[in-house]
Design a protein around this ligand. Structure first.
Ligand SMILES: NC(=O)c1ccc[n+]([C@@H]2O[C@H](COP(=O)([O-])OP(=O)(O)OC[C@H]3O[C@@H](n4cnc5c(N)ncnc54)[C@H](O)[C@@H]3O)[C@@H](O)[C@H]2O)c1
Length: 259
């Protein structure tokens, strides 16, 4: 498959290696700053971005840029009609707007805050664990994540999805709280806390805590390669499923739709 990469930073470079290792051709690497990109475009110049993708002959797009750029990029890329995998995090509030654009353009976007297969399995484990533990009211639950100090958003998109899965399993938690508490937490509040330090590629823990004991479920990414490989697999599958009709165009998809 011919792939255009939008955003050629740490993830973009890693995705290029994973894509090539799987026999794909990376026909464009597009960035606003990276000197080794095939195409440098000015931030917000949708016309130049669209031209770069169209001229490359790409059959699919993988977007890993920056939370402040992703919506502008998607608004430019979706109307081009190529399947899109988007790994940039921090835009959950704009999902409705992007889904409407997918419908209007009859195109599909696969987005995930975490493309690693292990994390997607962890989501399922957490939801089931929260459901089991919810039967025992003495157990409280909280979510914690740690990432490297270059990450621009918090909490991580993965932590948000984990928190959603906890709330699916435990209906007594109805509200997420990301800030520090200045009073005792209410029983319906789910604390989702973040640490930014050093080089951590991504650690997520769910705590179940009772007076008698504590259970901690942790997913620890060892490197970012799992995200890169997962995003390439996601584009392969999205493209194949759109072609054979098992996924329809006009929608925003998540990794759950592939399993
Ligand atoms: N979904 C996942 O599995 C996953 C995994 C890792 C990282 N991420 C997310 O991916 C994003 C990128 O991560 P990274 O580590 O590669 O960051 P990075 O800072 O190393 O690279 C981002 C690149 O995007 C470029 N960029 C910014 N605005 C742009 C624009 N408008 N058009 C084109 N390029 C633009 C920057 O110049 C930079 O080179 C972040 O949001 C991060 O949280 C997601």
């Amino acid at each position: 498959m011919k792939i255009a990469l939008v955003g050629y930073g740490k993830m973009g470079h890693m995705i290029e290696s994973s894509a090539k290792a799987k026999g794909h051709e990376v026909v464009a690497t597009i960035d606003i700053m990276a000197k080794d990109a095939t195409n440098l475009v000015a931030a917000g110049d949708g016309k130049a971005l669209a031209e770069a993708v169209k001229n490359s002959g790409a059959e699919g797009i993988i977007e890993f840029s920056h939370p402040s750029s992703v919506i502008g990029n998607l608004k430019t890329l979706i109307p081009l009609g190529l399947p899109i995998v988007c790994g940039t995090t921090g835009w959950a509030k704009s999902e409705d707007e992007i889904e409407k654009l997918c419908a209007a353009s009859n195109n599909a976007v696969m987005r995930s805050s975490n493309f690693s297969i292990g994390v997607n399995m962890f989501y399922k484990i957490v939801e089931e664990a929260a459901r089991l533990m919810a039967e025992y009211s003495e157990y409280d639950v909280a979510v914690w994540e740690a990432h490297h100090n270059q990450k621009a958003d918090s909490p991580s998109g993965t932590a948000l999805e984990i928190a959603r899965r906890v709330m699916n399993g435990n209906k007594s938690k109805t509200e997420m709280v990301f800030d520090a508490f200045h009073e005792r937490p209410k029983a319906n509040e789910l604390h989702v806390s973040s640490t930014r330090v050093g080089f951590v590629p991504g650690t997520h823990t769910v705590f179940f805590d009772s007076p008698a004991d504590s259970i901690e479920l942790t997913h620890r990414a060892r490197s970012r390669e799992g995200f890169a490989l997962g995003s390439v697999v996601a584009l392969e599958k999205l493209s194949a499923k759109l072609a054979d009709g098992s996924l329809s165009k006009g929608k925003l998809y998540g990794m759950g739709d592939l399993f």
